[in-house]
Ligand binder design. Structure first.
Ligand code: PLP
Length: 389
């Protein structure tokens, strides 16, 4: 069938239906699948045919979820994981050998940072960091043993924007595998593979589920690299459960309409904050004041759901603001229907040293808002009363 538009692929990509002709995908809660006979068993294990053997390898529900994401990201192949972190870890573990080196943006998700600093070094894999706002420096950190270039954009929690086209060109020039965590943007707003990325990873826990229900992750890219990731994962077992895959596949059907509203609301929240006297500064990719506004416009369809800002008055004012929030949730998640307000310095990034936090731009007064799908007037009213009290 001919290639369809993004929203249609998200809805109409589906696994084969059973004899009951279900309209909506059923859940295949089965850990294994039976063989017709000895020959079928042999041929299946020899990978002479594509079929489900065991749900640690593949399952119809994870296959449907992966096929959708691949179409949405424009990728050849993919593999689904139990969490975003297992997607990130398995990508590194599958593609790197002892002695290899990573160049990564300094502003990455807290657990990814822990992987780089605490765990990958156990296998003699070291990481060097460039600053989110100093991408021109990347080449300084590339060594003969560098194999992967890694970044998130927009970054968490500072909402910095990295130029994907530039990263793609650097990766090409130095023959590196460019891995992009596309969690904040989702494939609806940004397709890193179009700019030269090789692998895209996601925490599906965030906007892909979008309703704060299940954990999940996925990695997509060219068949040869994904095959390495698949072989590593089917043996080590970080696979996504069929139930979660079913939830996530359903969620993708509404991704575009949800993200449209998230972005519309987030821009209004960002504009409100920018005009508020108790706020030092606001960062949102589609605000003209964002230092990388032009880059954001080039590579993103809209600005996303996350707004970062700094409350005037440091830690005390920040804590007071959070304590005065009445409706929005104080939670560590993001990309939910419910607006979530977090204080990275005391939560997600509390394990970083003060110096490291400053280097990635996490001041004590930094607040991250994951703007939800409530009526935006109610969100703004809540933020406003918390800022003025
Ligand atoms: C949440 C998050 C992750 C980790 O995902 P989990 O599903 O919680 O394991 C990775 N990267 C980014 C950017 C995230 O926001």
């Amino acid at each position: 069938m001919s290639k369809k538009n993004f929203e249609t692929e998200a809805i109409r990509t589906q696994i084969e239906r059973s004899e009951f002709l279900e309209h909506s995908a059923p859940i295949y809660l089965s850990s294994s699948f039976v063989f017709e006979d000895a020959e079928d068993m042999r041929a299946s294990f020899a990978e002479e045919k594509e079929r489900n053997l065991y749900s640690r390898f593949t399952n119809p529900n994870t296959t449907e979820f992966v096929e959708k994401i691949c179409k949405m990201e424009g990728a050849e192949a993919g593999y689904a994981f139990a969490t975003g972190m297992s997607a990130v870890f398995s990508t590194f573990a599958a593609l790197l050998n002892s002695g290899d080196h990573i160049v990564s943006c300094r502003s990455v998700f807290g657990s990814t940072h822990a992987l780089f600093t605490k765990f990958l070094p156990k296998w003699n894999i070291e990481t060097s960091y460039f600053k989110a706002n100093e991408v021109e420096d990347i080449e300084k950190f590339i060594q003969p043993n560098t194999k992967i270039l890694f970044a998130e954009t927009p970054t968490n929690p500072g909402v910095d924007v990295l130029d994907l086209e530039y990263l793609g060109a650097i990766a090409k020039k130095h023959n590196l595998i460019l891995v992009i965590d596309n969690c904040f943007a989702t494939p609806y707003l940004q397709k890193p593979l179009d700019f030269g990325a090789h692998i895209v990873v996601h925490s599906a826990t965030k906007l892909i589920d979008g309703q704060g229900r299940v954990l999940g992750g996925v990695a997509v890219g060219p068949s040869d690299l994904i095959r390495e990731i698949y072989l590593f994962s089917r043996n080590t077992g970080p696979s996504l459960s069929p139930f979660n895959a079913w939830v996530l596949s359903k969620s993708l059907e509404t991704l575009a309409v949800r993200v449209d509203r998230h972005c519309e609301n987030a821009l209004k929240v960002a504009e409100f904050l920018e005009s508020n006297e108790h706020v030092n500064w606001v960062k949102y990719p589609f605000l003209k004041s964002h230092p990388k506004y032009e880059v954001a416009k080039k590579q993103m369809k809209q600005g996303g759901s996350i707004v970062a800002f700094e409350v005037k008055g440091g830690v005390e004012a920040g804590r007071k603001f959070l304590n005065n929030i009445k409706m929005c949730s104080l939670s560590a998640n993001l990309g939910d229907t419910r607006t979530i307000v977090t204080h990275p310095a005391s939560t997600t990034h509390s394990k970083l040293s003060e110096e490291d936090r400053m280097e990635v731009g996490i001041s004590d007064g930094l607040v991250r808002v994951s703007v939800g799908l409530e009526n935006v007037e109610d969100v703004i009213n809540d933020l406003q009363q918390a800022l003025s009290s």
